[in-house]
Design a protein around this ligand. Structure first.
Ligand code: ADP
Ligand code: ZN
Length: 522
């Protein structure tokens, strides 16, 4: 049994206890096992770890895994040791003695795998160590961290390109779950992986049904959704803030749903206990911040809900991807409203990031809004974002109940004019009041009831105006200025619409409806 493929399969079965490789694993393992470089794009849960663990075992020497996730190293090493693989890690949490001991093991060839934080790898000491040792391969996990365009850029990752120069004969495998086309190109460029074979797995999760609804009363809509479609199922509800996590969990409990909170501000023991219960019991709804989920491997999560808008499609995909790992029908449900857009924009504006990075964040958010407001299949939008062409899926809300669109040019013109007439100095609530002819105190103070636009949109409900405004923001015709009380401002793109040169198609506002049981949950 000398053939790399045979030996790999043998290891998979005898060491890891799995009967067969999944998806592209077999090809990847064989390619890297034979000394080839690889770039692996595989969604979370797809089984990336085995793609470098098995070649590390097949080849002579120690496999070096570069990972930014120090918090997960211990777990990974424990899991490997459990199946008899000799593994260890090197990071800043260790004592000098511990570090020396592990370095000795590396040097004397007594380890199969060693996990290293990128900042550690770049030290002279670590370089010397690896120069002195026999290296089976370098695995660069979370490779998107090399991209400035990506959402978790790590400067140390840029330096990883030197691996290629210092260790030209050692194969490298870069892995990531989140890479749009641009990020992928950057990984190849910065890590000098031009000759690497690319393995791009499908990002499609056909068993997940995507639904994005307009938020009216989010918590109430959430209860309706859970009781109609997922009574008694395991699920995760994501909220932006710790406070909202606590409140939402309480609210669900009051309504007879077994919910538990989880966020980084909770006492450690309590948090660990809630997590353990979620994993063990089969009908817990975990209400959590995005701190929850990394490294959680529960196959029968039946639904993932978002009560707040994620910052990016990558985040949305990763979080919703925790549903239905077992391949059985599952739901990804989100309620989102104008307030979410305003809040996310404000968070970007107020962050300490430099202008360049803010622009990146802003583009990511725009893509997310585009997904929310799309008139076409959600899955198509998602997959296209990850560079994968697709056709309408038949298993998302826009496929099942196609949204009605209409020529909204006149309404949009009214809205843009109103923003202009109030000198672009007022926030959404006031602009909508002016449009609807509401004689509020503020309207009277500013004599806005005298404007030509006052009341020109009285035939449209407040909710509908908010829906139009959200779409207009998503389309980039209007921005929200947080330096100035969230006032609405027109962009350059607004002009051709005002002049009647561009038409605008809008998604018809749909009143929140009571959920009906769908076939996915039957
Ligand atoms: P990723 O790193 O891509 O998120 P992991 O490597 O953590 O995914 O794998 C996710 C889960 O799938 C793990 O529980 C892993 O043991 C399991 N898994 C991976 N490959 C296989 C396989 N060939 N057969 C069965 N289970 C697998
Ligand atoms: Zn669809």
């Amino acid at each position: 049994m000398n053939d790399i493929a045979d030996r790999s399969l043998h290891l998979l079965q005898t060491v890891f206890g799995y009967p067969a490789f999944r998806g592209q694993q077999a090809e990847i393992v064989e390619h890297v096992g034979n000394g080839g470089d690889a770039l692996v794009l595989m969604p979370t849960g797809g089984g990336k770890s085995l793609c470098y663990q098995i070649p590390a075992l097949v080849r002579d020497g120690v496999g070096v895994v570069i990972s930014p996730l120090i918090a997960l190293m211990q777990d990974q090493v424990d899991a490997l040791e459990e199946v008899g693989v000799r593994a260890a890690f090197l990071n800043s949490t260790q004592t000098f003695e511990e570090t020396s001991r592990i370095e000795r093991l590396v040097r004397t060839g007594q380890l199969d795998l060693v996990y290293v934080a990128p900042e550690r790898l770049m030290t002279q000491r670590c370089f010397d160590l690896f120069q002195d040792s026999k290296i089976a391969l370098f695995a660069i996990d979370e490779a998107h961290c090399v991209s400035q365009w990506g959402h978790d850029f790590r400067p140390e990752y840029i330096k990883l390109s030197v691996l290629h120069e210092y260790f030209p004969d050692v194969p490298r495998i870069a892995l990531t779950a989140t890479a749009d086309q641009q990020t992928r190109a950057e990984i190849v460029h910065r890590l000098a992986l031009d000759n690497a074979r690319q393995f791009v797995s499908s990002f499609d999760r056909p068993n997940i049904r995507y639904q994005i609804v307009e938020k009216a009363n989010g918590r109430k809509q959430l209860i309706d959704f859970i009781t109609a479609e997922h009574q008694g199922d395991s699920g995760i509800v994501y909220c932006l803030s710790r406070k909202k996590v606590e409140e939402t969990a309480e609210f669900l409990v009051e309504h007879g749903i077994k919910a538990l909170p989880y966020h980084a501000g909770m006492e450690h023991a309590k948090r660990a206990n809630n997590q353990a219960r979620f994993l063990r019991e089969d009908n817990i709804v975990m209400v959590a911040t995005i701190a929850f989920g990394m490294g959680i491997d529960k196959p029968d999560v039946r639904f993932v809900c978002h009560l707040d808008l994620p910052k990016s499609i990558e985040g949305y995909y990763q979080e919703t991807g925790r549903a239905g790992r077992d391949g059985m029908p599952a739901s990804a449900w989100m309620a989102y409203g104008l307030q979410d857009v305003v809040l996310q924009r404000r968070m970007i504006d107020e962050s300490d990031a430099d202008e360049n990075f803010k622009r990146v964040l802003s583009m990511k958010l725009d893509a997310m809004l585009g997904l929310c407001e799309t008139l076409s299949c959600r899955r198509m939008r998602l997959l296209e974002y990850f560079g994968q062409p697709a056709t309408p899926c038949g298993n998302c809300d826009t496929c099942l109940i196609p949204p009605v669109s209409f020529d909204g040019t006149v309404q949009v013109q009214k809205l843009l004019s109103a923003i202009y007439r109030v000198d672009q100095r007022f926030a959404a609530g006031h602009v909508v009041d002016v449009l609807r002819g509401v004689e509020s105190e503020r309207v009277q103070t500013w004599h806005h009831d005298k404007l030509s636009v006052f009341g020109i949109g009285a035939d449209i409900s407040e909710q509908e105006w908010r829906s139009i405004l959200r779409q207009v923001i998503a389309l980039g015709l209007v921005t929200v200025d947080h330096e100035q009380y969230s006032s609405l401002k027109l962009t350059d793109a607004a002009r051709p619409v005002l002049k009647g040169e561009h038409k605008v198609r809008l998604r018809q506002y749909q009143k929140p409806v009571k959920h009906k049981r769908t076939s996915a949950s039957a």
